[in-house]
Design a protein around this ligand. Structure first.
Ligand SMILES: [Fe+2]
Length: 318
């Protein structure tokens, strides 16, 4: 059992203003070709436009992430999706919270609202279609009937292609301030936390248990992006396939407690991770979810191997 240090309770009232999706994340790397190779191997659809690598999932036009070339791996910005009818409300809300609107980054075509969060990270709010799921992803138990062999031969295992982004885990210098800022300013809901070490936030219009989470470091950065696959089989197959392609470092197979998802993290060339995830808890629209404050050790993972010693290191700290 997870040792609960306390139930925090819902802070949601119907009609609360809130972003509906994490629309896009963006980061820089010193070698765009390496980033392309890694994400393509992971099972994402990639395309290069104007020296920017775009990350998509099979069968969708949604650009979940963009990668640009820079001197080092670094988080560039986050873009949250909002409903059109909330645009003016958000402008007034930001003003009443003394959050100054700023220009978009140079060279970026955008008519969204741009601000900086409490530690300087660029965040955009833009009108767009809801890309977070409207219901819990349907898991697929790939069993077989009696008398039928269920597993394919290894050579026929196929390739794993995530269906959508699930969430992003960011490093922050202050988890308490991150929770305060992202719930108060962007209307996200607290799902669960482990004191001031890590906190998980969901979208109030229906989302996975976390669409964004924050873990303690000394500065902002990306710990991992997470991608939904439909079965534990695909979590394992994806990890094996990545190992075959030279990306053997990571952590998994395991199951988290907070969010309940099965996971395997694959280490990218810059020390952060891409996660295969399946069967994460879902928090429906308008649900009064009771957030808990948990003992971190007891709530990190219910089973799995020991994580790598440097799993919590923020390689973006200079
Ligand atoms: Fe994750």
């Amino acid at each position: 059992m997870t040792a609960n240090r306390g139930i925090i309770g819902p802070d949601f009232t119907s009609g609360t203003l809130g972003v509906h999706s994490l629309d896009t994340f963006s980061f820089s790397v010193p070698d765009l070709a390496k980033a392309n190779e890694f994400h393509k191997s992971f099972g994402l659809v990639t395309r290069v436009r104007d020296n920017t690598l775009e990350l998509l999932t099979e069968g969708s036009d949604h650009v979940w992430g963009t990668v640009t070339e820079g001197s080092r791996k670094a988080l560039s910005y986050l873009s949250f999706g909002i409903y059109e009818e909330d645009l003016e409300r958000f402008k007034l809300h930001l003003k009443s919270n003394n959050i100054r609107q700023i220009d978009p980054p140079p060279g970026l075509e955008s008519n969204g609202i741009w601000v900086r969060d409490f530690e300087g990270t660029l965040v955009e709010l833009k009108v767009g279609a809801k890309s977070s799921p409207d219901e819990k992803s349907h898991g697929l138990m790939m069993s077989s009937a009696p008398g039928v062999a269920g597993a394919p031969k290894r050579s026929a295992g196929g390739i794993v292609m995530p269906t959508r982004m699930s969430h992003i885990l960011l490093f922050t210098s202050d988890v308490d301030q991150a929770v305060n800022f992202y719930t108060r300013v962007f209307g996200l809901g607290l799902s669960d936390r482990a004191g001031s070490d890590i906190a998980f936030l969901h979208g109030r219009h229906g989302s996975d248990h976390h669409m964004i989470a924050f873990v303690k470091s000394t500065a902002p950065g990306i710990h991992h992006t997470s991608w939904d696959v439909p079965s534990i089989h695909q979590v394992g197959l994806g990890a094996m396939s990545m190992a075959d392609k030279g990306y053997a470092e990571g952590w998994g197979l395991g199951r988290h407690v907070l969010g309940s998802n099965y996971f395997h993290y694959i280490r990218d060339p810059w020390g952060s991770y891409a996660e295969y995830s399946c069967d994460m808890d879902y928090i429906p629209r308008d649900m009064q979810w009771n957030a808990g404050d948990h003992d971190g050790e007891d709530a990190f993972y219910i089973w799995g191997p020991q994580p790598p010693a440097d799993f919590g290191v923020n390689h973006e700290v200079v």
